[in-house]
Ligand binder design. Structure first.
Ligand SMILES: *Cc1c(COP(=O)(O)O)cnc(C)c1O
Length: 394
């Protein structure tokens, strides 16, 4: 560990504040460090390993493809991409899919589609509305879409063409759409990095109405909320809206990098030959793994997610040190009296890995986490939340 830590500091760009753990082995929702200490994983690598580590079915799908070919480039047809795209369209009603390698890239593609949709129509519109406190990625365009100052500083000037409005305020949205001649809107149904803040049903319905009245493109960022996370296949489905673009990544990759931009009826014809591309995009191994994962996000799994979610909300109710609990499905934010950093560290000490989102504790466990592990982890989390910090740690 000391060696890894020192070399990490010496050779890897210091962009991450890592916790002092190096995982050596993991199976399902249980991870082990080099000392053999075990941890229940309540973060699944930030909503990525949705069937836990080394899931047998996913591994088999990946290895099967690895034994055929690992890459051919997008100059040729590949079966894993076609199968995945077909299944995505069947399950969502979307019409076309573009594959990339990350959430940020999936959103970059969405931004290009919004701009070109309006360019094709010669509408003169290019401004994209995003919501304050959003998170859409770290590339320069997605950074501009991410309406949080802390991510912008040091990297100005921002890519132009983005306008941020207060989430939840339809009047502010109407005004911004008019003032800025809006081309489209990009939003998360539950802001993940922003603090697990769900948008209300009325607000999301209102977005759809305003967008339709102004021929705007509706793009929903399901990078974190998607792929069963909230108890719906995609979170927008719970709001009864029909987006023109849906982006996703994280969970559908199961651990391999993949970004997906789905286009609906309104936008399916926008990306034409030569207008977008990616060398690694649609990598056959990642696609074969993602196909396997998508086939398993079925009604039974979604039911299980809802039940586990109810259990978590119930057990947290009225517990010492908890101010509020937000989120949906297995995407949960816990606002605590104690400083979140201290809780995270105490949880690590006691063998549970949890995440943070702003000042909250965030839970994003594997969707198939076992009951026993979930119960044990929740007991420890509740215990750590209830500890009273000494003044100097506050
Ligand atoms: C994580 C995340 C992204 C960025 O995904 P990367 O794969 O890190 O580029 C974008 N949008 C949302 C909502 C996310 O949670």
């Amino acid at each position: 560990m000391k060696d890894i830590k020192e070399k990490d500091a010496k050779y890897i760009a210091g962009t991450y504040a890592r916790f002092p753990i190096a995982i050596k082995y993991g199976k399902g929702s249980v991870l082990y460090d080099e000392n053999g200490k075990s941890y229940i994983d309540m973060g699944s690598g930030i909503a990525v390993s949705i069937f836990g580590l080394q899931d047998d079915v996913w591994k088999e799908a990946v290895i099967e493809q690895m034994n055929k070919y690992q890459h051919t480039s997008n100059l040729y047809y590949t079966e894993p991409c076609v199968k995945l795209a077909e299944l995505l369209c069947e399950k969502t009603g979307m019409k076309k899919v573009f594959f990339s390698n990350s959430g940020a890239e999936a959103n970059e593609c969405a931004i290009k589609v919004i701009r070109k949709y309006q360019e094709d129509k010669k509408s003169g519109k290019y401004n994209i509305i995003t919501l304050k406190n959003s998170f859409h990625g770290r590339t320069l365009a997605t950074l501009a879409a991410t309406a949080q100052d802390e991510f912008h500083k040091n990297f100005l000037p921002l890519t132009p063409g983005f306008v941020a409005v207060e989430a939840g305020n339809l009047e502010a949205l109407k005004k911004a759409v008019k003032d800025h001649n809006a081309a489209g809107i990009l939003f998360e149904t539950i802001q993940g990095e922003g603090g697990v803040n769900p948008l209300s049903y009325e607000y999301v319905k209102g977005i759809e109405k305003i967008a339709h009245e102004n021929d705007m493109v509706i793009a929903v960022d399901e990078v974190q909320t998607g792929n069963g996370r909230t108890g719906e296949l995609y979170s927008y489905m719970g709001y009864g809206i029909t987006p023109d673009i849906v982006t996703t990544a994280k969970g559908i990759g199961g651990g391999l990098p993949i970004g997906i931009t789905m286009m609906g009826e309104k936008t399916e014809g926008v990306l034409t030959k030569g207008t977008h591309g990616s060398t690694f995009g649609g990598n056959p191994i990642a696609a074969a793994g993602a196909y396997s994962i998508l086939t398993r996000i079925n009604q039974g799994l979604l039911e299980g997610i809802k039940q586990k979610s109810e259990y978590i909300f119930e057990i947290l109710q009225g517990k010492k040190g908890i101010k509020s609990v937000t989120g949906k499905g297995l995407m949960i934010g816990i606002e605590t009296e104690r400083k979140a950093d201290n809780i995270v560290n105490d949880c690590i000490e006691k063998g549970v890995l949890v995440l943070k989102a702003k000042n909250k504790i965030r839970l994003l466990p594997a969707l198939n986490i076992g009951r026993t592990e979930l119960i044990k982890a929740m007991d420890i989390i509740i215990e750590c939340v209830a500890i009273e910090d000494k003044e100097e740690n506050n």
